[in-house]
Design a protein around this ligand. Structure first.
Ligand code: AMP
Length: 285
């Protein structure tokens, strides 16, 4: 694989290779098996894949979170080296390279940017939209792979692609988990060992919530989740919502469920001082 840090180098290589479709996997580094599954997905579909590693400052509403965000560049390249092919490219730009000038663009996503993560991380998805449009403009991918782990981000990216008329095809990859069920995340390595012992309850709880849907109403399921999470030492529930996959409208009653939509239970928990998110498909049988 080739490793480049400037837009010029990247675009030069892509032009020289002249392969299509171009696959793209944007990441913020501190890579794990979840990221690797996205890269493999891209490799299976495309003769050339670009993986970007860029911690995007504009999507961090909390500057402490940005400062503490893990960075493991050597390990990242080691992992990518194992699976990427000779022609594939790792793009590791500086902030200056992505934002030569301050990005003042404001994006509108209606309800998508008015629920769940958006309420707890104001401005986060505007930053996501800024970096995604910028990276798409630079890489010009035919296919981009995103993880189901960031379910709301995925809905935002799909809406963004529609709004901008970009022809890129968005592919979704399933959530990769640790053996104990914890969804893999770059932030997991920041968990204190004592707290780490308790976080598998997050996936256990949303799995139980998914099982409850046939015989219980939504408010019962929500109070079950909140009681179970909040009684676990070190954990605090930020939200649990069951939303549809298009508009992300939180369900209040089962009767609101539409046949042509998929429903997903989305959770955010603070574990010590680390925020973790996860989700699970919820379907009536
Ligand atoms: P990040 O580096 O956290 O910005 O994530 C980069 C991409 O990897 C996003 O599309 C995430 O949804 C995806 N991703 C992160 N964790 C996982 C996971 N455990 N399983 C699958 N995809 C993931």
């Amino acid at each position: 694989m080739k490793v480049v840090s400037t837009v010029n180098e990247l675009q030069y290589l892509l032009k020289e290779l002249n392969l299509s479709p171009v696959g793209f996997v944007p990441t913020m580094g501190a890579l794990h098996e979840g990221h690797m599954s996205l890269v493999v997905n891209g490799i299976q579909r495309c003769p050339i894949v670009v993986v970007s590693i860029f911690v995007n400052p504009t999507q961090f509403n909390d500057k402490n979170d940005l400062r503490n965000y893990p960075s493991t560049p050597e390990a990242d390249l080691g992992l990518l080296q194992k699976i990427m092919r000779e022609k594939d490219i790792v793009f590791i730009p500086t902030v200056q390279e992505i934002y030569p000038e301050e990005d003042k663009r404001k994006f509108l996503f209606e309800n998508l940017d008015n629920v769940m993560e958006a309420l707890h991380r104001p401005g986060h998805f505007n930053g996501v939209a800024q970096v995604v449009t910028r990276l798409f403009d630079i890489v010009k991918p035919d296919i981009a792979v995103f993880g189901m782990k960031d379910f709301q981000q995925l809905a935002i990216v799909k809406a963004l692609v529609k709004q901008t008329g970009n022809k890129v095809k968005i592919i979704t990859s399933p959530i990769i988990r640790e053996n104990d069920g914890l969804a893999m995340s770059s932030r997991n390595r920041l968990l204190e060992p004592e707290i780490r012992k308790h976080v598998p309850v997050i996936y256990k709880t949303i799995s139980a919530a998914a099982e409850m849907i046939n015989d219980n109403d939504i408010s019962k399921i929500k109070s079950f989740v909140s009681d179970r999470i909040n009684k676990e030492p070190g954990l605090k529930l930020e939200y649990f919502e069951i939303v549809d996959d298009i508009e992300l409208i939180p369900l209040r009653k089962k009767s609101e469920m539409k046949r042509d939509r998929h429903y997903v239970g989305c959770i955010a928990v603070t574990a010590g001082n680390i925020r973790l998110i996860d989700n699970i498909e919820i379907g009536l049988v």
